[in-house]
Design a protein around this ligand. Structure first.
Ligand code: AMP
Length: 281
């Protein structure tokens, strides 16, 4: 893979590729790449001529007291992973170039950003929307790939690109999981051995909810309480939120019908993990 660490060079490269008639597939990430990221890269590899991965730990999407300073980094490992998955370009801009002194423009996607993770991370999606808009402007992708792992983020990005007439197709791919069901995440590296065991409770709670729905339960309260009970049995787990919502507008659905998103954030020790499942009734 070709390493590009400068905005102007990335932008020029994309312009040249477009002139040559090449399609660009784009996978924005915060690095410390794992197989979840790679599933997006592999999809991009299939659909587009040139695959660009960005690595940028975006300060604008971290709140005070969050893990910006200790977010894991390993560029050598990332380069290797990117190469193996068949990416062409690894774009790693610096913070000072992305947010130079006097930077003043932020994107606020209303409504969708106020629920779920938006409640405990009030500035988060403003930071996400802003950086993704900037990256789209630099990389100029035809198709951009996001993970269903961050279901709310995917909904926000879709809405932003639709509302702002960004000429980018947004594709959302399924959650990649470890063998025991834990959703892959760069943050899993924070977990101690005991916490890692308890972390499976997110997926177990989602499976329990899905079974209850399949067995005919339609009251979201009953479903959420069942999930809470399971998670409460793990010493290291503390629930941030569990909600059952419409996957498009992220508003609660009562009683349950149609397409349903069960979304959750749970602290395992000090590490905040998210997971979700979609169910069709
Ligand atoms: P991140 O580096 O955590 O910001 O993630 C970059 C992209 O990879 C986002 O679109 C995520 O939704 C996606 N992603 C992260 N983890 C997974 C996973 N386990 N499965 C699928 N996609 C993922």
């Amino acid at each position: 893979v070709k390493l590009v660490d400068n905005i102007q060079r990335m932008s020029m490269l994309s312009k040249i590729l477009k002139k040559e008639g090449k399609s660009i597939g784009f996978v924005p990430t915060m690095g410390y790449l794992h197989d979840g990221h790679m599933s997006l890269v592999r999809a991009a590899r299939q659909h587009t001529d040139v695959v660009v991965i960005s690595i940028f730990v975006n300060p604008a999407q971290f709140g005070p007291g969050e893990d910006l300073q200790k977010y894991p980094k390993d560029i050598k490992h990332d380069e290797e992973m990117a190469g193996l998955a068949g990416a062409d370009v690894l774009f790693c801009p610096s913070i000072s170039e992305m947010y130079p002194e006097g930077y003043a423009t932020y994107i606020n996607v209303e409504h969708l950003t106020e629920t779920l993770c938006g409640k405990s991370r009030p500035e988060h999606f403003r930071g996400v929307a802003t950086v993704v808009a900037k990256l789209f402007g630099i990389v100029k992708p035809d198709i951009a790939y996001f993970g269903q792992k961050d279901a709310q983020q995917a909904a926000v990005i879709k809405k932003m690109s639709e509302d702002l007439n960004m000429d980018v197709e947004i594709k959302v791919l399924p959650i990649a999981r470890e063998k025991d069901g834990l959703a892959m995440s760069s943050r899993n590296v924070y977990l101690s051995a005991a916490e890692r065991k308890d972390a499976v409770c997110l997926k177990e709670a989602l499976d329990k909810a899905e079974s209850a729905i399949k067995a005919g339960e339609r009251d979201p309260k009953v479903i959420i309480n069942g999930m809470k009970k399971l998670i409460a049995s793990k010493a290291n787990a503390r629930i941030d939120y569990i909600e059952v919502v419409d996957p498009k507008n992220l508003r609660p659905i009562v009683p349950l019908s149609g397409d349903i998103l069960i979304a959750m954030a749970v602290f395992i020790g000090n590490t905040r993990l998210i997971d979700n499942a979609t169910v069709k009734i």
